[in-house]
Structures are given as C-alpha cells and as structure tokens.
Ligand binder design. Structure first.
Ligand SMILES: CC(C)(COP(=O)(O)OP(=O)(O)OC[C@H]1O[C@@H](n2cnc3c(N)ncnc32)[C@H](O)[C@@H]1OP(=O)(O)O)[C@@H](O)C(=O)NCCC(=O)NCCS
Length: 136
C-alpha cells in the first residue's frame, strides 16, 4: 500500500547562490556527512546538492509533515547503493514520523528518483507499506 508520495523541483542556481553566500554553514546545517562527501566530489557540485535538497523536501511531503513538526533537514539523507541508485535513510524526527504512518504488521520502503537538467533539479519519493516478511 502507498503510504506517501512527494515531489519537489528546485532551481540549481538558488542552491549555487546559497553555497556561495553561506558555504559550510548551509552545508553542515542541511546535509548529512554522506551527502557532503558525495556532492563535494562531484564536478557538478551545486547540482548534486540541489538534487539532495529536493529529495529532502519531496520526502517531507511524502511524510506529510513538511520540514517542520520535529522533522529537520539532516533527518532525511540521500545514500547511494553500490549500483548508484539513490535511496533515503531517515533518522530522528523523520524516522519517528515514518514509523507513526506505518501500520502494525507493515514495514516502510522508500523509493527515490533524482534528476537534473540545468537549471532544474527534481526528486520524487514514494513510501510504500510492505507486509512484514513480503519480498521487496
Ligand atoms: C512542505 C514544503 C517542503 C513545501 O515546499 P516548497 O518548496 O515551499 O513549495 P513547493 O512549491 O515545492 O510545494 C508546495 C506544495 O507542497 C504541498 N504541501 C504543503 N505542505 C505539505 C505537507 N505538510 N505535506 C505534503 N505536502 C505538502 C502543497 O500541495 C503545496 O502546494 P499548495 O499549497 O499550492 O497546495 C515546505 O513548506 C517546507 O516545509 N519547507 C521547509 C521549511 C523551510 O523552508 N524553512 C525555512 C528555513 S530554511
């Protein structure tokens, strides 16, 4: 069953300007260590951060909270599987909220897709409830 759906688009130039203006203060407030390592290695650094920023907003919509109600930016972190496929790791308030929308006997699976085509970056998140023990 679908528990949540969210998307977000952001202008990469907005993130570029924020990186120029606030630098590490912005990066360390919003992005996890894994996201920083990934994006700082990329030639398209601002686009990489923009996709991850969009992923956080998309996930906050899928959770139904927005980035409020105890859900903070770094509670929602993009990780990449060995294949390159992205997914999200939730902690803190975001994880607590995910657990609260997951019915008993179900576990939550989060699917994420990211895309960028300058100046746009986009993310879509689907949260699915799988009966415990079901194949993924
Ligand atoms: C929910 C949130 C992520 C929306 O993102 P946004 O970039 O402001 O706006 P978008 O155009 O992408 O999305 C707006 C739509 O999100 C949807 N939305 C709003 N609140 C939502 C919620 N709690 N759950 C799911 N969807 C929500 C609405 O459909 C809204 O459009 P509508 O008002 O016309 O119906 C945003 O309100 C938020 O929480 N932002 C983070 C907080 C923030 O910016 N703090 C400032 C300090 S950096």
């Amino acid at each position: 069953m679908i528990l949540g759906l969210g998307n977000d688009m952001i202008d990469i130039r907005r993130i570029e300007a924020t990186l120029d203006r606030f630098g590490d203060r912005f990066v360390s407030r919003v992005f996890t260590a894994v996201e920083q390592t990934k994006s700082d290695r990329r030639a398209q650094r601002a686009a990489s951060y923009a996709k991850r920023f969009a992923a956080k907003e998309a996930c906050s919509k899928a959770l139904g909270t927005g980035l409020r109600r105890g859900v903070y930016w770094r509670d929602i972190g993009v990780i990449n599987l060995a294949s390159g496929r992205p997914t999200l790791e939730l902690t803190g308030g975001a994880l607590r909220h995910l657990n609260s929308i997951t019915p008993p006997g179900y576990e939550a699976r989060i699917d994420l897709t990211l895309s960028d085509d300058f100046p746009w970056a986009q993310a879509i998140v689907i949260i699915t409830g799988l009966k415990t023990g079901d194949d993924r």
